[in-house]
Design a protein around this ligand. Structure first.
Ligand SMILES: [Zn+2]
Ligand SMILES: [Zn+2]
Length: 174
């Protein structure tokens, strides 16, 4: 979906579903498990455009501990401000890193691209299927949420690691 900026006379109400295939979400470990519903109001004042609303969908994420795919409800509030991308006299496009402002070019706001960016922001860095997920055994790889194993795992608090080295040095025969 494209918004042609100069055609925005009145505030535009969007209430639409976008199919996942059309969006091409590239995030590793995440896929869309439902269409993306966008409800938003787009308003223009001179050349500035504001998009306010909500994005809802369901995403399949891979648990960073047990590697199972689990479903995660995504509800992302959006409050975006667009300005035309500044161009120098020579026609060169300047790039900006201002996170609070998005830029559009050639009078067009690409809503699909905006959705992809917002969904990528909604994916946690280290998704977990449940707060108490036990993960996989480092030694044999069984899922510790469903099985126990007999592997000797030394679970050591990182903060204690230096003390263990000292203890080993001090222990005769080590
Ligand atoms: Zn898990
Ligand atoms: Zn094991």
């Amino acid at each position: 979906m494209h918004i042609v900026v100069h055609e925005l006379e009145e505030p535009l109400q969007i209430d639409r579903e976008f199919k996942g295939e059309g969006l091409g979400l590239a995030q590793v470990g995440a896929h869309l498990a439902a269409p993306v519903r966008l409800t938003a109001t787009v308003t223009r004042s001179n050349k500035d455009v504001a998009i306010e609303g909500d994005i809802h969908t369901v995403m399949g994420l891979t648990c960073s501990r047990c590697l199972k795919v689990f479903m995660n409800q995504i509800s992302q509030r959006i409050d975006l401000h667009y300005e035309p991308l500044p161009v120098t006299e020579g026609g060169q496009v300047l790039t900006y890193d201002d996170m609070d402002i998005s830029y559009y070019t050639e009078d067009i706001i690409d809503v699909d691209q905006m959705l992809v960016e917002q969904l990528e922001l909604a994916v946690p860095m280290k998704p977990v299927c449940a707060g108490d997920c036990q993960g996989l055994c480092d030694v044999c790889g069984v899922d510790l949420n469903v099985e126990t194993c007999r592997c000797a795992r030394e679970v050591v608090d990182d903060r204690l690691q230096p003390l263990i080295h000292i203890k080993k040095k001090l222990t005769p025969g080590n």
